[in-house]
Design a protein around this ligand. Structure first.
Ligand code: UDP
Ligand code: MG
Length: 310
């Protein structure tokens, strides 16, 4: 039984040595308890620090470590995709986990056991978020709430820490969309599922590569890739506003014919801004979807591999 542990890394030189040590300990444990032979694949997502040098060094030192390097920073989701494509066909199961090991790597033992018990996809689900900042916790909660409404298949508090069987990965790789939101697609595969619960830890070293800006972009991506609810919402909002404006027109005509025309300056100004705001938002939402169509239609390659340790 061959298992790959895929680890995307972007500027992770500070945490990488610890990651390697911990994963090596874990691998020894899995070999003993679950009787299978895991391998690590680091995907360097175009880091600008010494991450790649470290990966090369560790792969020389330890037989169980491999690495590929993307020619450019393509983002977490694409890095995961690159790792899965690279391992596809060579392993019986693939686990994806972040380089900072905020997700408890020891859960992989349980994942492997569930896999051998016949589960195709095993999700790592965070039980607690004690170590995240208040802001991260609240924003994540709000996001999962919205996402749940938009896509009720969504698993609360599951990020991209999961195990997938070879056939689940093969199925996943058939989704050709460029706007990747993996945790949404994986749910659509329909193979047998299992869950492993763990407490999320603080980052061991280095800082988050997901600043607020990227988090917002990723949330919008998640929602708009899995739902056209925002489009429906703006249509209804537009209809409601049209209806309201009929009432206002009737009122304005009445005011005109009863001779009090100079009044209503305030309501003019207010409604002008309100309508302007709603229209602009509507155009913005349309723009997001059109933007997605644009990237899908161009169908550009997701990444290029510029280097391998093997
Ligand atoms: N990552 C990546 N490419 C990027 C940004 C992040 O491969 O452009 C990796 C990063 O190295 C880490 C994982 O994605 O292994 C998750 O990032 P991070 O831990 O910074 O996010 P957070 O846990 O703060 O949401
Ligand atoms: Mg992290």
């Amino acid at each position: 039984m061959k298992i790959a542990i895929i680890v995307p890394c972007y500027n992770e030189e500070e945490v990488l040595p610890q990651t390697v040590e911990k994963l090596r300990l874990l691998i020894a444990k899995i070999k003993q308890s679950a009787g299978c032979d895991p391998h690590i694949l680091f995907v360097d997502d175009g880091s600008r620090d010494s991450t790649w040098q470290l990966i090369k060094h560790y792969s020389k030192e330890y037989g169980c470590v491999d690495g590929i390097r993307l020619s450019h920073n393509e983002g977490h989701q694409n890095a995961l995709w690159a790792g899965l494509e690279e391992c596809n066909g060579r392993y019986d199961a693939m686990v994806t986990i972040d380089a900072d090991l905020q997700d408890d790597e020891n859960s992989i033992v349980e994942m492997a056991k569930m896999f051998m018990g016949g589960k195709d996809i095993v999700y790592g689900v965070r039980r607690e978020r004690k170590t995240d900042t208040m802001f991260k916790r609240l924003s994540a909660q709000a996001f999962y709430r919205i996402m749940r409404r938009v896509d009720n298949e969504m698993i609360y508090n599951h990020a991209d820490f999961r195990l997938m069987s070879a056939r689940a990965v093969r199925a996943l790789l058939q989704y050709r969309e460029r706007n990747l939101y993996l945790r949404g697609i994986v749910r659509m595969l329909g193979f047998s599922e299992g869950f492993v619960y763990y407490d999320r830890k603080a980052r061991e070293a280095g800082e988050s590569k997901y600043p607020l800006r990227k988090m917002i972009r990723f949330s919008i991506d998640g929602i708009t890739s899995f739902s056209d609810a925002p489009l429906k919402f703006i249509t209804f909002a537009g209809l409601a506003m049209t209806f309201i404006s009929f009432v206002i027109i009737a009122y304005a005509l009445y005011e005109h014919f009863t001779g009090k025309t100079l009044q209503g300056w305030t309501s003019m100004l207010v409604s002008m801004w309100l309508i302007g705001g709603v229209i602009t938002t509507g155009i913005g939402v349309l723009g997001i979807y059109i933007g997605k169509i644009y990237t899908e239609v161009k169908n550009r390659p997701r990444y290029f591999i510029s280097d391998k340790t093997y």
